[in-house]
Design a protein around this ligand. Sequence first.
Ligand code: HEM
Length: 311
Amino acid sequence: MSERTPTPLAITAVDAIERVSGTYPGHRRVHARGLCFDATFTPSGEAASLTTAAHLQSARTPVVVRFSNSNTNPTVPDGIRAGRGLAVRFLLPDDTSTDLVSVNIPVFFAATPEQFLELLDALEKDPGTGAPDPKKVQAYTAAHPSAAAGLQEAARMPIPVSYGTARYWAIHAFVWVDPHGRRRPVRYRWEPDTGLQELSEEEAAGKNPEYLAEELLRRLVDGPVGFTLRVQLGQDGDPTDDPTKPWPADRPEIVAGRLQITAPVADQDHWAAQVYDPTRITPGIELSDDPVLSFRSHAYSVSYERRADGK
Ligand code: HEM
């Protein structure tokens, strides 16, 4: 379920996604194909002095994760350069939950929801060629130079050996609140235990269309698949309102804990129906002033309402 109301801008954005990428009834408007797994999160204790969030103290937390492909079309084969998502829902002791939603690029390609709409306009297919007009995308990056890095990252996304061998970033800044009420901006990243492992385009061409889910199910027979949650600690002046801008690489990082994915969830339908919403936070964590972060929740509600209605 999603808690936000669909705003006019969110409806416009989801309409534009459908115009550019098509509509697949009953599916998420992006990240359509995915699979959910049971997991646990074990905090390291390093975050406990920096945030009061329950899952970042000392107790192990049950978790559900959803791995996904970013395409709107749920039947697009896995073996291409494309976005992969890792959505994590922490099931907290007080029966609430908090989500952490991440993808395989470190920065986004739009600083605001309005820019995202401009980008979608630029990506609309030219009726003459059946493809987007490269000049329109160039005009977009000329108007918004900080968006270029995210577009470059998106163009060279690796084709992973496994959902478990990719790196995932939550992109936006969040704010941690410590036991004394002090606030500090942070950014999250999941590092796979295996290190990054990717396929060449030739290797990927020989794979089954849904090899990523099949591979992960096979891999889990031999034991859990692990990730480390690394958290970059921001300093005064680091941008918190712009998901196109990374922080300096020398900012300190801590290990907040470890994710261990164990098995597919028994009730796929229930967990697939959920909205994994980056604004579903918990005491000890606040949203930053990033306008894309708060906007996502409204857009996800629009997508949820449509897919829940079988549209
Ligand atoms: C203007 C910005 C964005 C828009 C309009 C947008 C739109 C959407 C929509 C409509 C969905 C489907 C929601 C549902 O039906 O449950 C979705 C899912 C998703 N988005 Fe975004 N998104 C945006 C930015 C981002 C960013 C910055 C990230 C990076 C962390 C991201 C990662 C994901 C992931 C991983 C999913 C799948 C979550 C799941 O497994 O349920 N999105 N997005």
